[in-house]
Every structure is written in structure tokens, then in C-alpha cells.
Write a protein that binds this ligand. Structure first.
Ligand SMILES: Cc1cc2nc3c(=O)[nH]c(=O)nc-3n(C[C@H](O)[C@H](O)[C@H](O)COP(=O)(O)O)c2cc1C
Length: 176
């Protein structure tokens, strides 16, 4: 059995970038979620799964639908600032009770280039903008979303993976 694998779901590459940095730091293989079968997951002692946040979903996470959450490290990648974001709604919507209890979860900040978005994603963001503008008391997340709407921003930075990498090294007792 191999120690660990990093698996990711990414539309525009920021989650993929984090997944590759993590895999490189831990010296473990990295796979795109759509190219891995549930059976293949059993070859690894630990799964480190990264998924981009898309409205109420975590891209690619359905691959782990039946996973117990034991030896699972999940990292989400979103535009919102992890310091001021409440992730409970998105987590309870996507993870089972068992996964919520067992998995170790990290939140990383990605980026966006509105010029690169698909038509559907552009439409979804336009809808979210209208919704945020209508709010009498917008949250910090809403304010930041509106301030960066239609721009190109990249918050990805390699140092952000360090707490996750340290956690995995400790769990697997590896020294790389
Ligand atoms: C349609 C759409 C919905 C999004 N929803 C969220 C969200 O709910 N929370 C968040 O933090 N970021 C959200 N984002 C931003 C993405 O999570 C961010 O761009 C992330 O870096 C994308 O990962 P990827 O490059 O791996 O696809 C959304 C982006 C799009 C286009």
C-alpha cells in the first residue's frame, strides 16, 4: 500500500497548482479526480483531496462520496478569504456526518480570471453579484466579492500549504 496520494478537482487550475505543490512537498503522486476510480483510492493509506469551491459544491468530491473520512485530508480552494469565511454550510452540504467528524480540513485561497470563465460560470457570478448588491447587510465575503468582481486576481501562494503538509507528515511519520 502506498502512503498517500493527492487528488484534485479543478476547473481553472488554482486547485491543481496547490495539489501539485503538496504532492511535490510530500513526494507522493497526484491525480485529477475525474481520472481516478474509487477502487484505486484503496491503494493509498491516506487521501489528500483538493477541490475548487463552486457555489454550493466542491469540485470532484463526489469521488469520495462513500469514503469514511478516516485518513482523509480535504482542502478547499476558493476566492473568499479563509480568515473571514464560514465554511460550515458548504461542508455540511458536501460531507457526510462521518466525514465531518473524521476528516482533517484546510481552506486555501485561489484566484479568478473573469476573462477566462465559461459562459455558465460568468452567468452564475453575475447572478451572485446581483444577489450581493441587494443585501442590506452584506457580509465581509460579499464585500470582497463585489470589490473583486470582473477582475483578475491570484491569491495562490506556496507557503499556504505548509500547515497541511506538516499535518500529513506528522500523521504518516514521514520525513521528506
Ligand atoms: C461559478 C463560480 C462559483 C464560485 N463559488 C465560490 C464560492 O462559493 N466560494 C468561494 O470561496 N469561491 C467561489 N468561487 C471561486 C473559485 O472557487 C476560485 O476561483 C477557485 O480558485 C477555483 O478553483 P480552480 O481554479 O481550481 O477551478 C466560484 C467561482 C465560480 C466561477
Amino acid at each position: 500500500m502506498e502512503k498517500a496520494a493527492v487528488i484534485y478537482g479543478s476547473h481553472y487550475g488554482t486547485t491543481k497548482q496547490y495539489a501539485e505543490w503538496i504532492a511535490e512537498s510530500l513526494e507522493v503522486p497526484v491525480f485529477e479526480a475525474s481520472k481516478v476510480s474509487k477502487k484505486q483510492l484503496q491503494e493509498f493509506e491516506m487521501i489528500i483531496f483538493g477541490g475548487g469551491l463552486y457555489a454550493s459544491g466542491i469540485k470532484g468530491f463526489k469521488l469520495l462520496k462513500e469514503h469514511s473520512g478516516k485518513n482523509l485530508v480535504l482542502f478547499t480552494v476558493g476566492l473568499a478569504d479563509p480568515q473571514t469565511t464560514d465554511y460550515r454550510p458548504i461542508l455540511t452540504q458536501n460531507l457526510s456526518q462521518q466525514q465531518l467528524q473524521n476528516a482533517k480540513i484546510f481552506h486555501l485561497r485561489g484566484g479568478i480570471d473573469y476573462g477566462q470563465l465559461s459562459k455558465i460560470h460568468r452567468g452564475m457570478m453575475a447572478f451572485k453579484k446581483k444577489d450581493a448588491e441587494k443585501k442590506r447587510e452584506p457580509s465581509e465575503e460579499d464585500r470582497q466579492f463585489l470589490a473583486t468582481y470582473n477582475q483578475q486576481i491570484d491569491f495562490t501562494h506556496r507557503q499556504a500549504i505548509e500547515p497541511l503538509v506538516d499535518h500529513v507528515k506528522k500523521e504518516l511519520k514521514i520525513h521528506v
